[in-house]
Design a protein around this ligand. Structure first.
Ligand code: ADP
Length: 405
């Protein structure tokens, strides 16, 4: 995916997410408001009904009237609230309106009436019956609970889906980068032997004094042959690794002696790196053997040892320590090389992954060695981990089940 396309796609995803959350929030606020005005209408009609049923004040003498028991008014209100499914904490009061400020003549919470029946001055009429709901929010939110939970769940699911989409987009971008790097690496790697073979063949073709001199001719033909062999080796390595032959091929599990596998790997690496002096420190516990396919295990260990030398530009010092503990064999391979940043340590086991910063990139490779080692170790029910500090070296540890455990 092109860089601009990716940015636009990521922006669209984030904007959609923000839009969705905003719409949901607006909807929730509107629903709350609607429910609140419905609630207030219901409360008014309950109060009205209760007031009608509440007895009309009776005259006690010429100057006074009796007003009914407030407990009865409270019971009527409570009954009305219960029937409407709005049982809530409330308070009822009887007030007079003759003064500027209404006076409470009788009040009752749910529990204690301040007075049951009172006789009041006739002039205090008309009277007001007041119902106060103490916590309307909890009742309304309680009624909205199911809808809110469903809404919250759907928002969570959608956020998850959007995050997953973003993750997939990032991954696609990373794969694209890896693909471009691989193409670049392969082209770069293949170009050198092709150029050498081409130059040697051209010299033989155009320079008769070389062609006619048997020693020089043999020398040039040896160069061509050597470069073609190298080319063939590279192509085979890419094909073998990219077709995942090793992740599906049948393993021939047998008892493998770690010492002989390490020695064989070291011998071939000494030949490969004959031009640089590698310091080896090998320490293998007695009887260190694992149940493995020896060919692939050697390949995996070689890949890690090869990297240990390849990524240690100055006087490579490679130490290998093999120990056994609780049914497992541990092979720790340590180097004094350039190290791997913590953020890259997981990714180095991915197929075709290469670190593009620092000194790594100037070293040739296809990003397949650790992928191969990781796949092989996993197929043997083992594990491989890396511990590294940038600029100070790396330590790769392979854990494999012991033979006969
Ligand atoms: P490559 O062919 O590129 O070496 P690998 O799969 O073997 O592929 O390694 C992946 C990347 O991990 C390398 O490109 C390199 O950046 C990093 N790496 C692997 N081993 C080491 C090491 N011992 N020290 C530093 N970097 C390493």
């Amino acid at each position: 995916m092109r860089r601009v396309n990716f940015k636009i796609a990521a922006l669209v995803v984030v904007l959609s997410l923000v839009l969705l959350v905003t719409v949901e929030a607006i909807w929730a606020v509107r629903t709350y408001r609607n429910m609140r005005s419905n609630y207030e209408l219901q409360i008014c009609s309950i109060l009205e009904e209760a007031a009608w049923k509440y007895a009309t004040p009776s005259v006690s003498d010429n100057a006074h009237i009796n007003i009914g028991n407030i407990s009865r008014f409270n019971a009527l209100v409570s009954e009305g609230l219960r029937t409407a499914g709005l049982s809530t904490e409330h308070r009822v009061e009887v007030l007079s309106t003759t003064d500027t400020e209404p006076i409470v003549l009788m009040a009752m919470g749910e529990i204690e009436p301040s007075s049951d029946v009172i006789s009041v001055d006739k002039h205090l009429r008309p009277l007001i019956l007041r119902l106060t709901v103490l916590d309307p929010h909890s009742t309304i939110l309680g009624n909205m609970r199911r809808v809110l939970i469903l809404q919250l769940l759907s928002v969570i699911v959608l956020i998850f889906a959007f995050v997953y989409l973003l993750h997939t987009l990032f991954r696609a971008k990373e794969v694209d980068r890896i693909r471009r790097d691989l193409t670049h690496n392969i082209t770069h790697e293949l170009k050198t032997p092709i150029a050498s073979a081409y130059a040697a063949t051209e010299a033989l073709h155009t320079m008769p004094h070389i062609y006619n001199d048997p020693t020089a001719r043999n020398e040039y033909l040896a160069i061509v042959l050597g470069e073609l062999r190298r080319l063939n080796g590279m192509v085979e390595e890419i094909l073998r690794s990219s077709t995942e032959e090793f992740t599906t091929a049948e393993l021939r599990i047998e008892e493998c002696d770690i010492r002989s596998i390490v020695e064989a790997a070291r011998l071939s690496l000494d030949l490969k790196y004959s031009s640089c002096r590698v310091t080896w420190e090998i320490d293998i516990d007695e009887g260190c053997s694992v149940a493995a396919d020896s060919f692939h295990l050697q390949g995996a260990i070689s890949a890690i040892l090869d990297n240990a030398i390849k990524y240690s530009p100055d006087n490579p010092k490679v130490s290998l320590r093999a120990t056994t503990n609780r049914g497992y064999t541990y092979i720790a391979i340590k180097d004094n090389g350039i190290g791997i940043a913590r953020s890259q340590q997981r990714a180095v086991f991915d197929r075709f992954y290469r670190i593009t910063e620092g000194d790594s990139y100037s070293t040739s490779g296809y990003g397949l060695g650790l992928y191969y080692a990781h796949s092989i170790v996993k197929r043997h029910n083992g594990d491989i981990t890396v511990d590294s500090t940038l600029g100070q070296g790396s330590c790769f540890t392979i854990k494999l089940p012991r033979y006969g455990r």
